[in-house]
Ligand binder design. Sequence first.
Ligand code: NAP
Length: 277
Amino acid sequence: MRKAFVVGHPIAHSRSPLIHGHWLAEHGIAGTYERRDVAPEAFPDFLRRLREHGFVGGNVTIPHKEAAFRLVDVLTPRAEKIGAVNTLFFDAQDRLCGDNTDAPGFVAHLDQSLGGDWPDRAGGTAVVLGAGGAARAIVVGLVERGLTRIRVANRTRDRAETLAALDPDHVTAVDWSELPEALGQAGLLVNTTALGMTGHAPLAIDLAPLPSGAAVADIVYAPLETPLLAQARARGLATVDGLGMLLHQAVPGFARWFGVRPEVTPALRSTIVADLG
Ligand code: NAP
C-alpha cells in the first residue's frame, strides 16, 4: 500500500485529497493520500520521519513551501530556481527530493485551454500581476515555455524587482501606473494576486488596452469565474481559470508516487467544481 500526503497549516480546505483520491479510484490503485496538519515548528521533524510513517512522498502547501526548500536533500533545478517546494519524493538512493510543479501545472493548463501554439500567438509577451510565491513559479514556467518579454507589476515594487532579477533578459518590473501601456503590448495577462478571491476585493483593472487576440488567466479559482475573467469574457477575450493549474500541478507527484501518469479529465474537473460549490 503506497501512502502519500499533503501537509500544510491549516489544511482542512485542501482539495488535493479529492484530486488524488479520484485518480487512485480511476486507476484501481490500492494507495492512500491523506491530509496532515503540521505547525511550522513541527515541520522539520515531520519531514525527518516520512519513511518511518511509511510515506512515499507528498505535497507541501502554505506555510511550508520555503521550509521544505531548505530542508530536502536534493532540489530539482526548477525548484531551485523558484525557491519553493510543493512536491516531495524519494530518489533511488532514498534521498528526499523537492520539486515545484506549480510552474509546469500552470503552463500545462494554458496549453490545454489555449492550444499549444499560444506562445506564438501571444508574440512571446505577457504581463504578470503580483510577485509572491505563485508569481515566481508562473514566471519561471512562462520563461521555460519560451516567452521572451514578461512584465511584472506588483503593489510592492521591490518584490517585482526581485522577481525580475530571476531572469533580467526576459523579465522586467513595471509600476502599476504603467499597466495600460504594458497591456497594449501583451498577448497574455495573468493575475497571481489574491484579489478577486471570495472575501477579497476585486482586481480593479481596465482590460480595454489589451489586443483583441490576447488571453487572460487568473489563478484564483474561488470563484471559478473571477470579476477579472468576467470582464475579459465580456470583451470577447480568451479566458483561463485557476482550477486547471491546481489539477495539472498534481499530475507529476501522482506519477512519481503511484507509477501511473494520470489525466486531467472533464470528470475530475466536475468532481472538484461540485466540491467548490
Ligand atoms: P503570496 O506569496 O502571499 O503573494 C500574494 C500576492 O498578492 C503579492 O504579490 C501581493 O502583493 C498581492 N496582493 C495581496 N493582497 C493585495 C492587495 N490588496 N492589493 C494588491 N496586491 C495584493 O501568495 P501566493 O502563494 O503567491 O498566492 C497568490 C494567490 O494565488 C492566492 O490567491 C492563492 O490562493 C492563489 N494560488 C492558486 C494556485 C492554483 O493552483 N490555482 C496555486 C498557488 C496559489 P504584495 O507583494 O504587495 O504584498
